[in-house]
Design a protein around this ligand. Sequence first.
Ligand code: ATP
Ligand code: MG
Length: 713
Amino acid sequence: MADSQHQSIPTHPIAPRVKEHQKKPHVGPDILGYRDHHGKTFGEGSNEWWAPIVSPTDRPRDSTGIVRSRLFVLVASRMETSSGSPKVASTPHTTALTDGLIPTPIRFAFLPSYYPSVDQRFSFGDHGVGQCRQSQRPEPLYTIPPPLHSTTFCHEITNFNRPQSSTKPMNRAKAAKSPPLSFSANYGIKKGDTVSVYMPMTWHAVATFLACARIGAIHSVVFAGFSSESLRDRIKDCKSRVLITSDESRRGGKAIATKAIVDAALKECPEVEHVLVQRRTGNTVAWTEGRDKWWHEETLKVPNYCPPEVMSSEDPLFILYTSGSTGKPKGVVHTTAGYLLGAALTVKYVFDVHPEDKFACMADVGWITGHTYIVYGPLLNGVTTTVFESTPVYPTPSRYWQVVEKHQITHFYTAPTAIRLLRRLGEHHTQAHDLSTVRVLGSVGEPINPEAWDWYNEHVGKRQCAIVDTWWQTETGSIMITPFPGAIETKPGSATVPFFGIEPVILDPVSGEVLEGNSVEGILCIRNPWPSIARTVWKDNNRYLDTYMRPYPGFFYTGDGAARDEHGYIWIKGRVDDVINVSGHRLSTAEIESALILHRGVAETAVIGVSDDLTGQTVYAFVTLKPEFTYNPNDEGSLAKELILQVRKVIGPFAAPKKIIIVPDLPKTRSGKIMRRIMRKISAGEGDQLGDLSTLADPSVVDAIKAKVATSP
Ligand code: ATP
Ligand code: MG
């Protein structure tokens, strides 16, 4: 195993700011028990995961008459892969958890005091396996009333002329009077129908999720940066009759013609009968009479109270299409109980949330990270969540830090691509802002290079915060491998240990055998199901089985490579398709990229394998540079030599790239993930067979790369 990254001991002990909070009460649901890595069960129940159960009879109201939301879930899941399909034995009924939606869609609270009390202490064994000891306490663990919760909105700074109502979050008194969104009665949407959503990052998007959940409609949220073709395909795939959108959106100082994109998509979707349009900028947009309706007018027509639909735990909550880094996106289906349980518990334990916390996940609601960590997870725990519009660099690269300071954010969660971008633009942008409220910093989406991790720790966390590098997927619904702040010491670049109940295994890629013990590397799979596992691909269960269940029978196949180091810590090595094999050495892209980024001039890199007669494969590295780094563009050869030397030094001569290609930008998905397959195709001379590019953020990057590859020596 190439283990140059694996340090011999965890290097980052418990963060000081997290330590201070350890004894304070938490919010959110408790786990009654779970099964550990060795099959041993803790808590009640037998071989299954158990989630909190509360009686659905009593629905407390607060002094304003608002019905409090509660999570009624009991998940007992067991995967039977012998029949090819996972069977999930579940409880008969789960009530949708959206009571808090009334009367304002953004108020959402969670009443934890009904849970039987469980005192949990965590310790971790040598395989990085969570162990939980429980002791019943005589009195309830939570006696404090849940505070009222709000959503924070960070609108793009703009002089745009738009109506007052859409520029400011509603104040509570005003919000309490305004009616909730309900489209069930008027539009004929009932439990089990799909509703497509194509909305920018305003509170209305969050309200839309909760409104759908409340009436039992299955939402299919499409990232509002997608083209009309991508939107059309997704609407057609899930056959929605209702679409919710906005007139326009704002991103990076530009207006995006959201409604016009919708109109283009709907030309080929006659099945869409109603389009509900939220006014974001107030500019004039084309209107189809009879089909298009304004949000602010429609919400005046519906009553203040909309009873929540009773849902079965296995009823779908939403469909979400994957990022498409590896090919055509899949419409992943998540369920009401299991998904929500995963969302609630991971926010509680991975982020160590407390009642007054303010959670800020900077993803877009159109991705799974936004679904779980902007909308459902924080709100289930009753903590404030943040909806951030625009980009981290508009109008300045201090934008994130202005938001943290202004809203006193305690939890900040973003992707390595954003961290690398901000690192590239310099740490002075973090310095003018008070970031002292932050306790936990999260990373998700790609392997985080240790260099970027250190920058995040040093310049954002000021070495006071816990950093949680969280590995999970659209298909897993919630975080799977992660450190626990206050319990797990970290190593930069390692996602560390599994979450409760998760049993990751590392398989030999050829034999498919489980590689036991430490210091092993191979294919990452999951042995048993967990509550928030995706149940199917929408209307294509066979694709679900082919993609996840059949590659290594008996296991859920993640498509990622991973290593378990000598301490049982897990290191995600990137996608299995991206693994490079040079003269029998299996090289991970993540490792070579992390070596390259150590060079003072390098901003970001993407490494690929290209076939080679002599060695099987050889390494090509695509590199972008920091803006302030100066070099002679007529002599890229000298810089390339320096970079090759860097890899030889850090990993070894066998990993040295054969070619270094300096490019202005890397091809990325709209969620910021590097699409290595594009560079692989171009380098193999198959630039005309790039496949599905609908999820590519900036298509012009492809031509720049083609030109550079064609001229590179
Ligand atoms: P598609 O499945 O359509 O190719 P995608 O895999 O990019 O799209 P997502 O579900 O958004 O869609 O991404 C999950 C993937 O992101 C993981 O399989 C993994 O490759 C990567 N990933 C997520 N978090 C981490 C992390 N903390 N460390 C390393 N890789 C991560
Ligand atoms: Mg994937």
